[in-house]
Structures are given as structure tokens and as C-alpha cells.
Design a protein around this ligand. Structure first.
Ligand code: M6R
Length: 614
């Protein structure tokens, strides 16, 4: 989860580290720190509980300069949020500094052993054990890279490590074990960098190398050496990233989440650009790596993801099953990875992930690879681990999403899954030409429809301001609207801290009706479509029990508005597109509720955007 950045070169390291950490804050913002090899030959550590701007202030007060340094922004796993537990951690003599992302599962055993050997551990973290192991190995005469390699061999659990030592000036060593987030090495003309995320490197270079599990990168001002897990030097291909250095600028918006919600009309058009031919009703998806024969042979599709991405996966499964007539299901990756699923070479596993670095999703992909399933990643971040593990990637093209709460990436992901479902259906011959053309031409309404929903945000804001006194909310939907309801509830929970449940409306009579009262408003997703009448029955039942209902309906609906308390209207659309449209007002409802409750919607408590640990 944590953000890591490291630099060595001719420039002053600290501003580069701080800029990198600011761009990585979405990975964790409990605390931040840097360790600098100074011009005086010392190793200086500045760290603080709190956000990068607090570290910035500390740096500004100090007169530390140096050309080699490592930095970290933390999402706490072991040990409370305080200065002592923040990274970088240093060895007893203060000469070795380490930043880490991941979990050391056998840390208690290691800490006990180290303490018995005379090491003084100052924090409560798992990480600190590693730097003492490295110190021990260096005292035995090993180089920094060998000491790290040997130390990593003692650790259980996946991790990424970046380390620097005072007596090896100008050198930084990075290493990755397993799938706990990656390390990208940036080759710069007058220096070199490493980071947990391409974003921190792109302002300086687009020449990058990703470390695979077990590999090390040893960077100095003038050189980069790669080694495998045996310590042998290896060649790694330098990739030229075509992702541009998008800067995280708020512009006129008070929060990134609001900015990203507003970008959706334009971003959804990018997802379709060059892929949809509205005239012929056909799709062009050259990034799908499977032959027509392989596609015809698929006998099941399993979509894996977590959180919002799981909700997108649920919508994708319904789309693929209904258009391409392949049995399709969505699985929570953290459950799927520990099952013993039946997969084979005729199974298509689709990993749905904004970051492409979610630990559980990557573990599910590893399991799928072990059973020879075909794999596709539907992903935002090109070059992420998911893109490197899958046979091919469908990039969702939502653009940099800074807010922890996913908004535009979900919209674009569902649009990509919709296009994929039609693509599979075309090859399998499961959709008539007429139906395919209609499904494709429906997509044309998305940018305008989303734009018109956003233009009504003052209406959603007014509703949100009435929700702030509530402690519980129910989101109900059927069919495509069920995952949409779960997503609406997730948004409300994660940024407004209001307990919200997303339920399939048909479940109500099986237990949840007991909760209905005037204290628990229902947000009901009831657009036009084959399940409209069923939803009307559910809403009558909620009203009959004194519940307050805010309904999301299709414009022109005359039935639901006569039953419920408040109405939000969506443009007329198919069921699937109505589900996409419904996301927008629910995102804005959550956003304005959080703002009215004076919460920071961009950095919700206890959360990080990229979850690289289990
Ligand atoms: O990067 P991923 O899409 O794999 O992340 C999965 C979840 O952590 C993520 O979707 C999360 O639920 C959302 N950011 C919540 O808004």
C-alpha cells in the first residue's frame, strides 16, 4: 500500500523525493519520511506522523541536502501511526536506512532473535527487523545488495524494499519479493530513480524497467545493475512508457473526487475512441489477445476484483453471460485465491483492477495461471503487474485517478466490459446483427447523459445535506442495479462514514425488511426495464413500513415518483446503461454528504487507494 521513491544523481534529492511522495500519497498517508545521504557523508532521516505536507515543512526547516535519498509514505499495518513507526527505519548505528512495502509475516520471531543478538528495535513494526538483518549482514562484510538479498531470504511474505547505506555513497538498492506492489526503475540521463509507482518516475523519464519477484536493482548516478535472486547480473529490457506525466492538479475543484466525477463524460468518450464504430455498429479491440477459435472455445468466464472493481466485475459478468452466452461469474479475489476453483485452458479469467497492483487480485491471477486459464486484465495503469501477468490488457483510459474513492475508473471499466461482451458475442455469433448494432449505438448516449446528470449536482447536494443526520442507509437494486446499489453503498461508507448496505431488492423479505423504519432511508435504483414492476412492489413494501425512499428512476416515470419521497432522474437508456448512469448521482450523493459532514473525501480514514498487502 505504501508509496516508495528513491533517487540518486546530480540533482538535490530531497525535492525530487518530496514531489514523488506527494504523487504517491494516495497509496497511504499515515506518515511520511526521507533518508538522505548528505554531502557531509552522514545519513540523515526526517520523518513524521501525518501527511507529506508536514514532512515538507520539516524539510524546509532543516538544511539537509544530498544527492542520494529514499522516501516513503505509510499506510500502517504493524504498529500505530506515530513517528517511531514511520519509515525510513534505520539500523542500530544509524548507517543503513530502509523503506518497505508489504508484510513480514515472521516478524515476531525475527525481532526476538535480533533483540537476543543485541539489536535495539525502536518501533513496533515488522519492517524494522529487516534493516537490522541487513546491518548484521553488512557487519559480516557483505555489500549492501548482498546483505539485502540475504535478509530477504529470511522473510516470510511478499514485499518491496529500498535501502541505502552511509558507507556505500551514491548507491541505492531495491528489491521485490512476491506480489506486494512493484518497483519501477527509471533510467534518467543524469541519475536514476526507483519508485513503487510509475507516476513518481514519469516527470523525469519514460525509460523504465519493472522488477519481477526476486530481482534487485542497484542504482548509482551513472549505472543501473539488475540481479536475479541468486545474485547473478541479468539483462532487463528498458520499456518506453507511453503514459504521460499527468500532474495531479485540482484546477478549480475543491477535491480530486469531484474533479474526477466531472471528468467522466469526457473520459467515457476516451474509453470508446477508436474502439467503437457507430456507423457500422462494430467494435475494434485489437488488444484482446485471443484467437476467434479460443474465444469460441471459452466455456466459462470468471471475473475477479475487489471493492469497486468487484462491482464492475459483477456488471461485466452479467453483460458477458447475457451477450456472449458464456457462463460468467464475478468472484471476490480475496476469496477466490483460497478456493480450489475449476479452471482450465478454456476458462477466461478477467482481472478487473484500476491499479493493476491489488495483492488479492494478483494472487487470484497467479492461481488462474497455475491452471492454464487464459487471462485478460481490464485495468487503468499500463505497465502494472496485472498487465504483465495477463495475456493481454484492455486499458480503461480513465486517466489518473487521485481520489481514493474510485469513480471515473469504474464508469470506464464497465464501458470496457460492455464493449468486451459485445466483442465476444460477435465472434461467438450469439447476438443478432440488429441487437449488436443497437447495443453499440446505445453507447453514444453515455457522454451526453453523464454530462446532463452532472449538471444536476445541486439537486443531489440538497438531498445529501438531508442525509447527514442518518446513521444507516439501504441501497436496493435488481439485475444490473444490484452491483450498482452495492457501489452506491460503498461510496457512502468509505467517504462519509455512514453505514450503508447494498442489497438485491429481492432479498428484502428474507431478513432485511426487519430493519426498515423511518431512521433508515432507502436509496432505490428503479429505472425503466423488465424489473421495474418488481422494484415498484419492493418500494411499496418499504413505504408501508414507514421507510423513507429516495428513488433513482428513468425520466418520465410516473409510477415511482408517486410512491416515494424524493426522485433522481436518469436519461432513458437500456438496463445496462442505466446502471452506468446511476453511478454518477450516487457518487455525488456520497461526495456531498462527506463534504457536509466535513470529511476529506479524497483521503478517507484508514484507506489507501492501492492495496498491495493482503
Ligand atoms: O486498484 P483496484 O481496482 O484493484 O482496487 C480495488 C479496490 O481497492 C478499489 O476498487 C476500492 O474498492 C475503491 N477505490 C473504493 O472506492
Amino acid at each position: 500500500m505504501c508509496g516508495i521513491v528513491a533517487y540518486t544523481g546530480s540533482a538535490d534529492a530531497t525535492p525530487i523525493l518530496l514531489k514523488g511522495l506527494k504523487s504517491l500519497e494516495y497509496r497511504g498517508y499515515d506518515s511520511a519520511g526521507v533518508a538522505i545521504q548528505t554531502a557531509l557523508g552522514t545519513m540523515e532521516v526526517l520523518k513524521t506522523a501525518g501527511r507529506v505536507e508536514e514532512l515538507d515543512a520539516l524539510v524546509a526547516e532543516s538544511d539537509i541536502t544530498g544527492h542520494t535519498g529514499i522516501g516513503h509514505t505509510r499506510w500502517a499495518t504493524h504498529g500505530v501511526v506515530n513517528r517511531q513507526n514511520s519509515h525510513p527505519h534505520v539500523s542500530c548505528d544509524g548507517e543503513v536506512a530502509l523503506v518497505h512495502n508489504g508484510i513480514v509475516e515472521n516478524y515476531l520471531e525475527l525481532r526476538t532473535e535480533l533483540a537476543a543478538d543485541g539489536h535495539t528495535l525502536l518501533s513496533d513494526t515488522d519492517t524494522e527487523a529487516i534493516v537490522h538483518l541487513i546491518e548484521m549482514n553488512m557487519r559480516a562484510g557483505q555489500s549492501l545488495e548482498d546483505a539485502l538479498l540475504r535478509a530477504a531470504g529470511r522473510l516470510k511474505g511478499a514485499g518491496t524494499f529500498v535501502v541505502s547505506a552511509r558507507n556505500e555513497p551514491g548507491k541505492i538498492v531495491g528489491m521485490r519479493t512476491g506480489n506486494a506492489g512493484g518497483i519501477v526503475v527509471g533510467h534518467i540521463d543524469d541519475g536514476n530513480m526507483m519508485a513503487s509507482d510509475l507516476l513518481a518516475v514519469l516527470p523525469y523519464t519514460n525509460k523504465v524497467v519493472y522488477l519481477d519477484s526476486g530481482e534487485q536493482a542497484i542504482i548509482t548516478n551513472a549505472s543501473v545493475i539488475y540481479r536475479n535472486g541468486d545474485g547473478d547480473v541479468i539483462d532487463k529490457e528498458i520499456i518506453i512508457s507511453d503514459r504521460s506525466a499527468e500532474s495531479a492538479e485540482l484546477g478549480a475543484f475543491p477535491h480530486f473526487m469531484l474533479k474526477e466525477i466531472h471528468e467522466q463524460a469526457e473520459r467515457v468518450a476516451s474509453a470508446m475512441r477508436g474502439r467503437v464504430d457507430f456507423e457500422t455498429g462494430s467494435l475494434n479491440l485489437p488488444e484482446i489477445p485471443f484467437t476467434d477459435e479460443q474465444i469460441r472455445n471459452f466455456d466459462q468466464v470468471v471475473l475477479v476484483g475487489m471493492g469497486t472493481s468487484l462491482h464492475s466485475a459483477m456488471m461485466g459478468a452479467t453483460l458477458i453471460e447475457s451477450f456472449a452466452r458464456i457462463p460468467a461469474k464475478a468472484e471476490n479475489a480475496s476469496e477466490f485465491r483460497y478456493k480450489n476453483p475449476v479452471l482450465n485452458e478454456n476458462t477466461l479469467v478477467i482481472s478487473v483492477t484500476q491499479s493493476g497492483e491489488t495483492a488479492d487480485t494478483l494472487a487470484a491471477m497467479e492461481g488462474a495461471a497455475a491452471q492454464n486459464a487464459k487471462q485478460l486484465a481490464v485495468v487503468e495503469i499500463d505497465g502494472s503487474q496485472a498487465t504483465r501477468m495477463a495475456d493481454g490488457s484492455l486499458l480503461v483510459r480513465a486517466g489518473l485517478e487521485v481520489a481514493v474513492a474510485s469513480t471515473k475508473t469504474m464508469t470506464n471499466t464497465v464501458v470496457c466490459l460492455y464493449m468486451l461482451a459485445i466483442h465476444l458475442a460477435s465472434i461467438r455469433g450469439t447476438m443478432s446483427q440488429e441487437a449488436r448494432k443497437a447495443a453499440v449505438s446505445d453507447l453514444a448516449s453515455l457522454p451526453g447523459g453523464i454530462g446532463s446528470l452532472i449538471s444536476q449536482e445541486q439537486t443531489y447536494k440538497a438531498i445529501a445535506e438531508r442525509l447527514v443526520t442518518r446513521h444507516h442507509l439501504l441501497y436496493l437494486g435488481r439485475g444490473f442495479m444490484f452491483p450498482a446499489a452495492m457501489e452506491g453503498a460503498l461510496k457512502m461508507k468509505e467517504i462519509a462514514y455512514i453505514h450503508a448496505e447494498g442489497y438485491a431488492a429481492g432479498e428484502m423479505k428474507h431478513g432485511v425488511n426487519a430493519l426498515i423504519s423511518e431512521d433508515m432511508p432507502t436509496i432505490a435504483l428503479a429505472p425503466a426495464g423488465p424489473l421495474h414492476e418488481k422494484m415498484v412492489s419492493n418500494l411499496n413494501e418499504v413505504k408501508a413500513r414507514g421507510g423513507q425512499v429516495i428513488a433513482i428512476v428513468t425520466e418520465g416515470d410516473e409510477i415511482v415518483p408517486s410512491i416515494v419521497d424524493e426522485v433522481i432522474e436518469l436519461p432513458a437508456a437500456s438496463e445496462a446503461l442505466s446502471a452506468i448512469f446511476s453511478l454518477v448521482p450516487m457518487q455525488l450523493l456520497a461526495y456531498y454528504t462527506a463534504v457536509a459532514l466535513k470529511q476529506d473525501p479524497d483521503k478517507p480514514r484508514n484507506l489507501a487507494k492501492t492495496v498491495t498487502v493482503e
